[in-house]
Design a protein around this ligand. Structure first.
Ligand SMILES: Nc1ncnc2c1ncn2[C@@H]1O[C@H](COP(=O)(O)OP(=O)(O)OP(=O)(O)O)[C@@H](O)[C@H]1O
Length: 605
């Protein structure tokens, strides 16, 4: 009864059922590749030919080759790398050498004899973003800590994953942790992780360009909302990643030692400038075994608040309680201390307590979060507030999910999962039909593997789902190819889809009659697409479809309700693809059906 054959729908209506043309639109190029295509070809590059030593032209071919193959370098960065042509052997890194040699500006200033400071220009988009952040009136500035801790956690995840195949990466420091130190006297806040760290090129690539999804999305939304007063709220909605440090700091310094390199580098940026610097760390007191240490030099207006260890502890508990690595904060402790008993007469006067103890203040690291992943806990122990908080902190969302489910699959395959239906569709409608990085995080035995396998775990029409999947059966070195051929993954996918339907069905039966229309408004198109793309689940999806009709003009109705109202002699379901119920009713042949008291459904065209 529910099958909707293409013939019966007609071309226009069919298109509307499968989601319209939008369903096949490709995601537009990312900002990073757009940046790559805007790189200036060698022959147009004045920067190369102005080298006063005449050596850069000879090398520029190498540079442009590098620039075009590495989409994240903008020409500005390439051109402004300083220290060029000095012949100084700053680093053995071949890419860096090429960039350095090709540069024509000589802006390096030697901070120490052997550690020249290299100055770089930000990509234009970053400058714009920084300008917005620095001058932002966005009041919820504390989100910066959530962003930096989440980056630290990502860096630890990356290291843990790499160390599965190369245990030597952990040699320098076996512990995987985050430490946060608020220093009242210095007015600084330092977040240190023992994660994967960054090489010099990674620093340039990551902290000088916009090559990552969250910030790119932010900029896109910003463009779409230009001139409106929504700009400040967008910071909260999208998160601006690392750059959010400038919400509270006027200078940020990042000291980082990659697991892949034997050198440590320091990146420094200040608010209100269009450039940043990088130098090698040579001070032996400041060397770290591996990882990244980010120091925020707090703005005067925020010094008091964010150099307060208690405030930092509260923020971590609030925003980052679900990070699965230990987060230690530097806290002052008051301990009772035993004192030597004096035999003098004066001492006899003191109370017993005073005699034996006095209070002692000291500073120490204190574990501030619970490191057991929420999906490993029993659903009975987790509160709805915790699920909502987990959703918001993990997926950087600012609203609660519409629904969630937490379950373990046992038997032939074993995995645990926590799935969420978001409250809103992606702002960029083109993204609606594509698996987005970050939405489904795959773990194997608690080790984070990737957040780019949504397409393997969910069908396209459910690409809006977010969640965690932690498998006990997959190998740790799992790749997309393995996933695509794996029988285990096929079974996991079936279970995940089934659980998703259960959640949607639950919303449909919710006592709150507004809940399902709200869901339908956001994700109705997805279900229509599912109806045509997922024939094995056809019968499960069809009862979830909703329409307006000539007898239900203001309230969405289901096919079941239509069937219940059908006349005894009526054999067919009548429907029409139209822009609105009003235009459907005006269609000439509908009039005849209405005169015969037959109900006509409307499918949005
Ligand atoms: N603590 C860190 N350790 C290692 N790399 C880092 C660290 N912090 C930032 N990075 C690098 O800088 C990049 C940019 O960080 P940023 O927070 O701006 O965006 P993101 O985390 O990639 O994206 P999003 O904020 O959308 O999740 C990261 O992708 C990562 O490569």
């Amino acid at each position: 009864m529910y099958s909707l054959p293409r013939r019966a729908l007609g071309r226009r209506a069919w298109r509307s059922v499968v989601g319209g043309r939008g369903a096949t639109v490709e995601v537009s190029r990312s900002l990073s590749s757009a940046a790559a295509s805007s790189l200036i070809p060698r022959e147009q590059c004045s920067g190369f030919s102005s080298c006063d030593r005449g050596c850069c032209n000879a090398q520029s071919g190498d540079l442009s080759k590098h620039a075009f193959t590495n989409s994240r370098f903008s020409f500005n960065q390439v051109r402004n790398i300083s220290g060029a042509c000095t012949g100084r052997n700053v680093t053995a890194d071949p890419i860096y050498d090429k960039l350095r040699h090709a540069s024509t500006r000589h802006e390096s200033t030697a901070a120490a004899e052997d550690a020249p400071v290299e100055k770089y220009e930000y990509q234009a988009e970053v400058s714009r973003l920084l300008d917005l952040i620095v001058n932002s009136l966005y009041s919820n500035k504390e989100v910066f800590l959530r962003e930096l801790v989440s980056n630290a956690s990502d860096a630890l995840d990356k290291l843990r994953f790499l160390s599965v195949t190369d245990t030597s990466l952990l040699d320098a420091n076996p512990s995987l942790e985050i430490r946060i130190k608020a220093d009242r006297d210095a007015g600084t806040l330092t977040i240190t992780d023992s994660g994967v760290g960054m090489t010099r090129e990674e620093l340039i690539e990551s902290l000088g360009t916009i090559a990552h999804s969250g910030t790119a999305k932010f900029l896109k939304a910003l463009k779409e909302n230009q001139g409106s007063n929504k700009e400040n709220n967008l910071i909260g909605q999208f998160g601006v990643g690392f750059y959010s440090a400038f919400l509270v700091a006027d200078k940020v310094s990042v000291s980082t030692k990659s697991a892949k390199s034997d050198k440590q580098f320091v990146w420094e940026g200040e608010a209100d400038t269009s450039s940043y610097t990088i130098r090698e760390e040579t001070d032996s007191d400041k060397l770290i075994p591996r990882g990244t240490s980010i120091t925020l030099h707090l703005k005067d207006a925020h010094k008091f608040e964010y150099s307060d260890p208690t405030k930092i502890e509260d923020l971590i508990k609030n925003y980052s309680q679900f990070i699965s690595f230990p987060i230690y904060t530097w806290q002052e402790k008051t301990q009772s201390k035993k004192v030597q008993q004096s035999e003098s007469d004066d001492e006899v006067e003191k109370t017993e307590q005073d005699k034996n103890k006095s209070m002692e203040k000291s500073w120490d690291w204190e574990l501030t979060n619970d490191t057991k992943p929420i999906w490993m806990r029993s659903p009975k122990e987790v509160t709805p507030e915790e699920y909502n908080a987990f959703y918001k902190s993990t997926f950087k969302e600012y609203m609660d999910p519409q629904a969630y489910t937490h379950f373990s699959a046992e038997g032939e395959i074993e995995f645990k999962s926590l799935l969420f239906i978001p409250p809103m569709a992606p702002l960029n409608t083109e993204e609606m039909w594509h698996a987005r990085k970050g939405d489904v995080r795959l773990y194997v035995k608690r080790v984070f593997i990737s957040d780019q396998f949504n397409g393997e775990l969910f069908p396209r029409y459910l690409s809006f789902m977010k969640g965690i999947v932690d498998s006990n059966d997959l190998p740790l070195n799992v790749s997309r190819e393995i996933l695509q051929q794996s029988r285990i993954v096929k079974m996991m996918r079936q279970r995940l889809v089934r659980k998703t339907f259960e959640m949607i069905e639950k919303i449909a039966k919710d006592e709150d009659k507004e809940a399902y229309p709200k869901f339908w408004d956001v994700f109705g198109k997805n279900l229509k697409l599912g109806c045509t793309e997922d024939s094995p689940n056809h019968k499960r999806i069809a009862p979830l479809l909703r329409f307006y009709s000539s007898k239900s003009e203001d309230t969405l109705m289901s096919l079941d309700e239509y069937v219940e109202r059908m006349k005894e002699t009526q054999k067919e379901i009548y429907f029409l693809a139209a822009e609105s119920i009003k235009s459907a009713k005006n269609a000439p042949f509908v009039e005849d059906l209405l005169n015969r008291d037959l109900e006509v459904g409307e499918v949005k065209s």
